[in-house]
Design a protein around this ligand. Structure first.
Ligand code: COA
Length: 390
């Protein structure tokens, strides 16, 4: 049994403290139901992605489900760090492909700005091995990715300017996305002159702290075409995990879990040459170096050459493969439990050719790729979406 996304919705991402967590979730659900033309009473299963910790709601599922009018449907909260949104999509797809229900709903929601930056950075820092790496060495997430960046720069000769070019591209596309947290263009000099957070990563190399929600409705092949002429088929999903200990990693030049998830997804979807077979990709750019590692882990560039795609501006529309045309996590924002479903929202809108002029990818092959990482590769999900039924 195959499954397709038939409706998506998302709030604006940003600092949105006027809305409570259940209100954010309900807004995204309402937009997704409207987009799909689905009655909430027909939803058979709900997966809610949320990491929380910073939120008053310690057990957010009941209140979010009730507020969105989803009671008495069965469901659960899903946590896979920054990949929680893709994990919720995975659960919704499994609910449909297993035959449990014909209609499932995946929601991602986060309200991170309830706490201050140092508090959020501290909580995020616990995403790896708390006792060893966080408590003993104080490794925060900017610091983890700074280790990846320094290893990469040392090994391959990439520069801070190369990293900056990722931020410039993603802010450029974010400037055209009304749902993005940052809608302003920046220059390489703006990035280079921004303050250091963890050398060599500066303010503009980092994704921000974000509130927001996104949702997707997944339908079985039996009923998908009753709701829409353009179901977006889930052609393949790859899921992998990695050791919590950075010291156990073979290398800091790649996320092994991402390589594994891509291998699974490409095998299922029959992908041999990704840059030729996808119209665009959404990759997990929580820090600029993460986007460069993704180019290599996904096979867009040979090992050690991902930074050249950035340097030569090959991931803009018109280049080898357009990446993060919604502004990425960098400019669109990174409400961590909602980010994966924010990517699904973008991929569906792009494949249907419904996004703003200037950031719409030409759709020739009808196929798109999503790469969503949790932690520093503790989780990896790679999803292939297609206009064509598998
Ligand atoms: N990119 C661009 N601008 C940013 C930004 C970012 N990541 N974060 C904040 N800003 C802007 C704010 O809008 C604000 O602008 P204004 O003065 O014009 O209003 C200014 O910079 C200061 O914002 P502030 O909230 O005080 O920044 P901060 O120092 O508290 O936080 C970081 C900055 C980088 C430390 C924080 O965003 C962070 O920790 N990011 C990483 C989050 C993370 O690790 N996520 C998980 C990844 S796996």
């Amino acid at each position: 049994m195959d499954a397709a996304v038939i409706g998506v919705g998302m709030t604006k991402f940003g600092r949105e403290l006027e809305k409570q967590l259940p209100e954010l979730a309900a807004e995204a659900v309402e937009l997704a139901l409207e987009d799909a033309g689905v009655d909430r009473r027909d939803i058979g299963y709900v997966a809610l992605a949320n990491v929380g910790g910073w939120s008053a709601e310690f057990f957010p599922y009941p209140i979010a489900a009730e507020y969105a009018g989803l009671i008495p449907k069965g469901g659960m909260r899903i946590e896979a760090a920054c990949a929680s949104g893709s994990a919720a999509l995975h659960a919704a797809v499994m609910a449909v492909t297993s035959g449990y229900t014909d209609l499932a709903l995946a929601i991602g929601v986060e309200r991170m700005n309830e706490l201050t930056t140092p508090q959020v950075v501290e909580l995020l820092g616990r995403g790896g091995n708390f006792f060893w790496e966080f408590e003993n060495f104080g490794l925060t997430f900017p610091a983890y990715y700074a280790l990846f960046a320094t290893a990469y720069m040392q090994e391959y000769g990439a520069t801070e300017e190369d990293l900056a070019k990722i931020a410039v591209k993603n802010h450029y596309y974010g400037s055209m996305n009304p749902k993005a947290q940052f809608q302003k263009k920046i220059t390489v000099d703006d990035v280079l002159n921004s303050r250091y957070v963890a050398w060599p990563l500066k303010l503009y190399d980092c994704s921000p702290i974000t509130d927001g929600a996104a949702a997707a409705i997944v339908a079985s092949e039996k009923i998908a075409s009753k709701f829409t002429d353009t179901p977006i088929w889930i052609k393949a999903q790859g899921a992998a995990s990695g050791t919590a200990n950075l010291t156990m990693r073979k290398s800091l030049l790649s996320l092994e879990s991402a390589v594994e998830a891509a291998k699974q997804a490409y095998a299922k979807a029959g992908v041999e040459n990704p840059v030729k077979e996808f119209d665009f990709a959404l990759v997990h750019d929580c820090f600029t170096i993460a986007e460069i590692l993704a180019y290599e882990d996904l096979g867009f560039a040979k090992r050690g050459e991902g930074y050249k795609l950035a340097r030569e501006e090959q991931t803009y529309i018109g280049g080898v493969i357009p990446v993060n045309l919604d502004g990425g996590l960098k400019a669109k924002g990174h409400p961590i439990g909602a980010s994966g479903l924010g990517m699904v929202h973008e991929a569906v809108k792009q494949l249907r050719q419904e996004v703003e002029k200037g950031r719409q990818a030409p759709i020739r092959r009808g196929q798109a790729l999503i790469h969503n990482i949790g932690g520093t590769g503790h989780f990896a999900y790679v999803t292939v979406l297609s206009l064509e039924k598998p």
